[in-house]
Each structure stands twice: as C-alpha cells, then as structure tokens.
Design a protein around this ligand. Structure first.
Ligand code: ADP
Ligand code: MG
Length: 390
C-alpha cells in the first residue's frame, strides 16, 4: 500500500478531539477528496500526512515506512502542499516562486529554469509571466502558479486544502479541469480537501466523508450518489445540489441559445450597425476570424466614435464576462444574477463562441429548479389549512 493511515487520533490541547480513529489506505495515483462541514477534522488529518502536525496516536506509512521515522524535511520534499491563500512569496518572481522547492533541493540553475518553463506551460500561462511578481497576476492565475509550484519538485503526493474555494466559479472550474488532467497524466497521488460536493464528485476517485472527526463514508463518487451511508451524507449531496429538480441539466451548454449575434472584428462598423438594426439587438459579440470571442460592441460605442469604414475591433470593448460551455449552471446563474448581466456569451475550450445564455432563459432554469414537487405540496397544504379555518 502506498499511503496508509491507521487508527489516527488527534486531540488538541484542552481535550478537543479533532480526529478519531481515522483509517484510510490509498493506492498510488488515487485522487482522494476529504469532504465535510467546517471543523470536521479535514485539515488536521491532511496536515498529519506531511507532519505539519503530529498525531496523538496511530500510524502513517508511505511505501510501508512509518513517516514518524523519516526526516521531516525529506518527507516534505516528497509531498507538495497547496492552500487556499496560495502563499506565493510577494517579493519573488513567479519563476522563483515556482522553483522554491527545487532550489531547496539544490537543483542547478539551468535545470530549475527549464523546470519553471515546463510548469508554466503545464498550467497554461505564458512564459512571460515568469519574470513578473505575484501581485501582477489575477487570483486565478496566482492559484495556477500555486499548482505549478506544488508539481515542480516532482513530489509523489500532492496535498491541497480548499485550494480553489476562494476563486470565482469559472476560474475554479478551469482549475479543477486542469488539476484533474495533470493528475491523470502524472499519476501522482492527490489528497484534496473541499467542502463542495460538486468539486469532490468531479475530481475524486474516492471520497472520504467526515463529520466531527469521524469517517462517515469512504466510497467512489458513484457509490456516494447511489448509496449515501446516512442522512448526513444525503444532506451533503442534497444541500450542494440546487438544481436537483432537473438533474439532467447541469451545464451551460445544455441551456444556451446556439445563435448569438456576432461579427468578426475586421468587418467595418457600418456592417455592424446594419446587423444590429436587422436583428434588433443593441449589443454584438465580436470574434476573430477563427470565431474566438474577443469582446463586444454596443450602441454606445458607436454613437461616440462612429466611422463607417473603421474596423469594429477599433471600438470593441475587450473586457467581457463569458462562461465555458461545460460550466455548472448553478454557478453561472448566481453570478449572472449577482452582477446583473443581461446575457453572457458561452465559449468552448478553445475560446470559440458557441452560444449565449440570456436572462430570460435563466428565469426558466431557476423556475424549474425551485418550483419542485415539494413546493407544490406545500401550496396544497396551505390551501387545506385555509379551507379548514372557514
Ligand atoms: P476542518 O478542516 O474540517 O474545518 P479542522 O481540522 O481545522 O477541521 O478542525 C477540526 C477541529 O479541531 C475543529 O473543532 C477545530 O476547532 C479544532 N482545532 C483545529 N485546530 C486547532 C488547534 N490548533 N487547537 C485547538 N483546536 C483546534
Ligand atoms: Mg480546514
């Protein structure tokens, strides 16, 4: 067995039992998700794996060796760790941040720089970012660097503690895909803490459900969904699934309109204006010649700087909010409602425009999700009560 945790207990000073008799055997290459409500002992358990915390009793072995017997520094060199607040060092360049552990391991500079390039490509950011500082990157980009750093030293085990919780839904989704792919390709073993059941179901080969320091269920995502061990697990699945009424509809691609009104940026403004007029819209999406979304123009951009022959891209607004067609509807809905977007373009993995989600379509989705049988039952009960009183 690759990683084995046997009868782990952790009691904090003051007799606070954080973890009680935790047992888990992990094969190499597994993606384990710990899920549970806040305070259930997920972080404590995870931190015992790299000896940031020492258990009160019980044993952890890697490849059959008791980690208590290993040099803690050596151990951490085998284990990468990513936390929610990323922990990039602000005064170091991205290159130096990524190669932090290889530097500790005294890799020669050539090899480190080579590694930094590989890693930044792996997490799909441009190499030019290597010379920048963390503050110059967005939260999502910084978290990608966090992932790159965790993988840079080629450690066998990667621990991630709520690493994506602070990110917006779209970025979170992208990073989940990225990490899942990296894990499948690299064969590394992941232990990933989350309180989001959607995330666990998407990433895990096995899910460990925890509550009050105890293990409630250890099973594959399929088993968890089909046979939740008890009410607690059911609730965890249920509470996290807002769109239960329509389980078949889960991604944006399933509800979007497939005919967004768009023009290519090289076309003249006169053409765009005519299109707006013909299609009765006040906003046009702008793409490049390969149909990749680059921005939008609205009627305001025209009234200020109208020049019939100038290309549309000269007035296009490139700050545009869009979602991936595979994004979970629930996240997109809340985002659209929160920010008051009228509609949101949808792109595929190559950034090509494939559709649009309108506010009107969202009303339908929310209506279907909320207007469940339960709501109907309640209405019915109210009616009866009213009748009884008469
Ligand atoms: P989770 O990560 O699932 O939210 P934790 O492992 O952080 O849970 O915490 C488990 C329990 O242990 C909680 O009740 C928490 O309050 C308690 N706890 C965590 N760290 C400490 C500490 N340093 N001292 C005392 N109690 C702690
Ligand atoms: Mg925690």
């Amino acid at each position: 067995m690759f990683l084995k945790m046997s009868h782990l207990n952790k009691t904090y000073p003051g007799n606070k039992v954080a973890v009680a008799d935790f047992n888990l055997e992990v094969e190499r290459g597994e993606f384990i998700c710990f899920i549970g409500t806040s305070g259930s002992g997920k972080t404590t358990t995870m931190r015992m794996i790299n000896r940031m915390l020492t258990q009160t009793s019980g044993e952890i072995t890697i490849d059959g060796k008791d980690i208590a017997q290993m040099n803690p520094v050596q151990l951490r060199r085998r284990i990468g760790y990513v936390i929610q607040n990323i922990g990039l060092l602000p005064h170091m360049t991205i290159r130096d941040n990524i190669t932090l552990v290889p530097r500790l391991l005294k890799w020669p500079e050539d090899k480190r720089n080579q590694r930094a390039k590989e890693m930044i490509n792996l997490v799909e950011l441009p190499e030019s970012f290597l010379d920048r500082y963390p503050a110059e990157l967005s939260g999502g980009q910084q978290q990608r660097i966090g992932v790159a750093r965790a993988l840079a030293a080629d450690q066998d085990i990667i621990l991630m503690d709520e690493a994506f919780s602070a990110l917006d839904p779209v970025t979170r989704e992208l990073l989940q895909d990225l990490v899942k792919n990296l894990q499948q390709e690299s064969g590394k073993t992941f232990v990933f803490v989350t309180h989001d059941m959607d995330e666990a179901l998407k990433l895990a080969t096995r899910i460990v459900v925890m509550s009050h320091g105890e293990t409630i269920q250890v099973a594959t995502p399929e088993e968890i969904l089909k046979h939740p061990a008890n009410d607690f697990v059911e609730e965890l699945i249920g509470r996290e699934r807002l769109i239960q009424a329509k389980p078949s509809i889960t991604t944006v691609g399933q509800v979007m309109l497939k005919t967004p009104v768009a023009v290519t940026g090289a076309e003249p403004m006169s053409k765009a204006l005519k299109l707006m007029h013909d299609r009765r819209v006040d906003t046009l999406l702008v793409t490049d010649k390969d149909h990749r979304l680059t921005g939008f123009v609205d009627i305001e951009s025209f009234s200020e700087r109208y020049n019939p022959k100038a290309p549309i891209k000269s007035v296009a607004n490139t700050k545009i909010f869009y979602v991936n067609e595979n994004a979970v509807i629930r996240d997109t809905v809340s985002r659209i409602l929160k920010y008051g977007y009228k509609n949101v373009p949808v792109v595929d993995n190559d950034q090509r425009l494939v559709g649009i989600v309108t506010r009107a379509a969202l009303v339908d989705i929310v209506y279907d999700a909320l207007f469940t049988d339960e709501a109907l039952d309640n209405d019915h009960t109210d009616e009866q009560k009213a009748g009884d009183q008469q």
